[in-house]
Design a protein around this ligand. Structure first.
Ligand code: ADP
Ligand code: MG
Length: 251
């Protein structure tokens, strides 16, 4: 079981879209369901999988507080998911107020999943570097960053590296294992920023570019991943390529 947190301290940079469609692509290519964990109180991943927050009785926050995996997990066809609901806004301060082990709350609970045969587990992180994200990064030990190649992308990467370094100074191991360019427009700025970040992060920078594609924006509101919603689209093409590249790098 390999676990990844999909993280970036910014919102709106394609984290959730990537967890959703990368998981679907992996399922199509391997016939094995990944496990997804929606850590964002905005519940976008859960909704994209057809689980509306007011219908979700048990969330990942309940799981953290001791609920059984069997009671919080849902099978959504291409993946299993531990969803979020609106109660999850409280998770951040609940973790913060723990007296001990504040950084390993998620890691501790993940031990319960050791007996399950998932090849891949993905955390969809909120768009900040708060306690939940840091917990996920530690629990996962591998971090995949989605990067919009715009101004401040480098500053964002530097911040992420600082956070990873701080975690390592605490004696925990975290590996930045991939940077995936998302919301790609093909502008000169996109290319410049990509070349700059790539020259710093060489081997972990993905070859694939996830182009901006209207269908990718539409599919979640239909409760579908891109391969179901618009199989012939650029979005489907790019996420199929990402899934292949991910499996090639991580298998
Ligand atoms: P994050 O999880 O980082 O906040 P999302 O994946 O939710 O980002 O993406 C933010 C918004 O942009 C969403 O409305 C999503 O549907 C849309 N989106 C994401 N990737 C693409 C893309 N490649 N093309 C078009 N729209 C996209
Ligand atoms: Mg998101």
């Amino acid at each position: 079981m390999k676990t990844y947190s999909i993280a970036n301290q910014k919102g709106g940079v394609g984290k959730t879209t990537t967890v959703h469609n990368l998981a679907a692509g992996i399922y199509m290519q391997t016939q094995k369901k990944p496990l997804l964990i929606d850590l964002d109180p905005q519940c976008n991943l859960s909704m994209a999988c057809g689980l509306m927050p007011d219908q979700v009785d048990h969330s990942y926050f309940d799981f953290l507080r001791g609920a059984d995996f069997e009671d919080v997990g849902h099978d959504v066809g291409f993946a299993d998911i531990i969803p979020a609901n609106h109660d999850c806004v409280l998770a951040e301060s609940w973790i913060e107020n723990k007296r001990r082990g504040r950084q390993v709350v998620i890691q501790k609970r993940m031990e319960e999943l050791a007996g399950y045969e998932y090849d891949y587990v993905f955390f969809d992180c909120p768009g900040n570097l708060g306690f939940v994200t840091v917990n996920a990064m530690i629990a996962a030990s591998k971090v995949l960053v989605t990067l919009q190649c715009e101004y401040f992308a480098l500053e964002g990467m530097a911040k992420m590296q600082q956070e990873i370094q701080a975690i390592e100074e605490d004696g925990k191991s975290v590996e930045l294992c991939g940077i995936v360019p998302t919301l790609w427009n093909g502008t000169t700025l996109n290319y410049e920023v990509r070349n700059e970040v790539r020259s710093q992060f060489k081997d972990i920078f993905y070859e694939v570019r996830i182009r901006r594609n209207v269908k990718l924006g539409e599919s979640p509101s239909h409760g579908k991943h891109i391969f179901d919603y618009a199989a012939g689209s650029h979005g489907a093409e790019d996420y199929a390529a990402l899934s292949r590249e991910f499996l090639r790098r991580e298998q």
